[in-house]
Design a protein around this ligand. Structure first.
Ligand code: AMP
Length: 471
């Protein structure tokens, strides 16, 4: 049942720009890595909200005709990836609904840990759901709130939501943005011309030429609005929910966010390089070359190479055009599956002792195939180094990590995993090393969520608690 609520997503919005939908389109294009299954944009036309959404990638969903049906100077958009059970158009966002306080569109990144419970309560009192995503519970709560204004209804609603949300709620004149009190997922506000923009990651601001103003702080509910007579829209903090602690997702830095983004106050590429350097200090090895698993291991491998003095080589080449539908060959070809995506450069690896760097091992199948391939291509030794600790638990806050039983590190020791992936040695970055490398000022152990590595879940509902503690 938890599978249904696993969404990886990206959110983008803009208020007060004549080219709003086109800029959202570009923003979503830059956020495509956060979700490739569906894409949607909602815009304000004559005080009403219209939307276009479809299964597929941004570039395929948004034809010029589709975009031309989204005029107006205010728009929000969403990209989404979901595991089995949730991959249907009805779950695509933004969700657009009519409430007695006016039309509302909502784009949400993150998972609520009490989404199922909220849904049960709402259904028990007559709400009809059209989708399987917990995001719909948020719009029902907004619509049903007894608060007199939409602003208060949103605060009232978010007070009932537990877990992860970075969201944009659009009304005909405003965009509300909010991050949950733990601040699991990133969300930033920027400016372009006379418009304000909001995005899951700053790489989208770079693409449209917007400047980053600031991140939405954990627990903040902010309204972006164009006041009557004002030349440009303004920002106003509507509410700030208190939190026992922050719990920014460390996995955004490890794998999920784009390296050119600044999230949680740090550039992702720099953090990954620091992870790699720390990994080199924790797990040194005598070798001839450092090779990344592209693209996920590139920056950590650079950090490892610089720190260890072992030369960096692009020893694996990635085919960037791998699609979903693919005609499998009838004959068995060795390592076919992984070779479609990654192929070693024989001339670089032949006869070499290789340090192979990736960000994480999930099931272990990718690493096993790559190690085998490198050896077939003549590598003398393959020393696997991972720029995060062993992944031992699922994520309940919006990263698509498989169930515990499918995570190789949940039941196997590092030596058993080394044996399984057929590497000559295996070393993982320690949790302490990772946290010290992510940020140099504040105490990172109080700021980041490391649940998928440590099993310490910052916020859990009873039903999740049972799953979280299952061996
Ligand atoms: P596996 O073969 O299951 O061990 O997969 C490991 C690979 O999956 C690594 O190259 C990771 O970069 C990548 N990976 C880790 N987390 C995710 C995720 N949430 N979605 C997609 N790929 C991931």
């Amino acid at each position: 049942m938890f599978d249904k609520f696993k969404d990886e997503c990206g959110v983008f919005g803009i208020l007060n720009h004549p080219d709003a939908a086109n800029l959202v389109y570009l923003g979503l294009y830059a956020l495509q890595h956060r979700g490739q299954e569906s894409a949607g944009i909602a815009s304000v036309v004559d005080q009403k909200i219209v939307s276009e959404k479809e299964m597929g990638k941004v570039v395929d969903v948004f034809t010029p005709e589709r975009l031309s049906r989204l005029p107006g100077d205010t728009a929000i958009g969403h990209v989404r990836y979901s595991t089995a059970g949730g991959s249907m158009l009805c779950n695509a966002q933004p969700l657009v609904v009519s409430t007695h306080k006016g039309p509302v569109a909502l784009a949400h990144n993150g998972n609520l840990v009490n989404g199922a419970e909220l849904r049960r309560q709402l259904e028990a009192t007559g709400s009809i759901f059209n989708s399987m995503s917990d995001t719909e519970a948020i719009v029902h709560l907004i619509a049903r709130s007894k608060e007199p204004t939409l602003e208060k209804a949103i605060v009232d609603t978010l007070a009932q939501c537990r877990g992860a949300y970075s969201l944009a709620v659009m009304t005909p004149r405003k965009i509300f943005v909010a991050r949950d009190p733990y601040g699991f997922r990133p969300l930033a506000i920027g400016k372009i011309d006379d418009a304000l923009v909001v995005s899951s990651e700053t790489c989208a601001f770079d693409l449209i030429g917007a400047e980053t103003l600031r991140e939405v702080r954990a627990g903040e509910v902010i309204v972006i609005e164009q006041e009557e007579g004002a030349a440009a829209p303004s920002l106003r903090v509507v509410h700030r929910f208190p939190a026992p602690r922050e719990a920014r997702c460390i996995f955004e830095h490890v794998y999920f966010a784009r390296p050119d983004s600044v999230i949680f106050g740090n550039n992702v590429a720099e953090v990954r390089q620091r992870f790699g350097a720390q990994l080199a200090r924790e797990h040194p090895v005598e070798a001839d070359i450092v090779i990344p698993v592209p693209d996920s291991g590139v920056f950590a491998a650079l950090g490892y190479a610089l720190e260890s003095g072992i030369p960096f080589q692009f020893g694996l080449v990635r085919n960037h055009y791998v699609g979903r539908t693919f005609i499998e060959p009838k004959q068995t070809i060795r390592n076919f599956g992984v070779k479609v995506k990654l192929n070693p450069v024989r001339e670089l690896v032949n006869g070499k002792r290789v340090v192979l760097i990736d960000d994480s091992i999930v099931r272990g199948t990718t690493s096993k195939k790559i190690v085998r391939m490198l050896k077939q291509y003549g590598a003398k030794e393959v020393h696997m180094r991972i720029s995060s600790p062993p992944t031992t638990g699922p994520c309940y806050y919006g990263i698509d990590t498989p169930e515990r039983r499918d995570l190789i590190a949940s039941a196997s020791s590092t030596e058993e995993i080394r044996d399984f992936i057929e590497a000559d040695s295996l070393g993982y970055l320690s949790e302490e090393g990772m946290l010290n490398a992510v940020r140099k000022d504040d105490d990172p152990s109080k700021l980041y969520c490391t649940a998928c590595f440590s099993g310490r879940y910052p916020v859990v509902e009873p039903e999740f608690e049972a799953a979280a503690t299952q061996a």
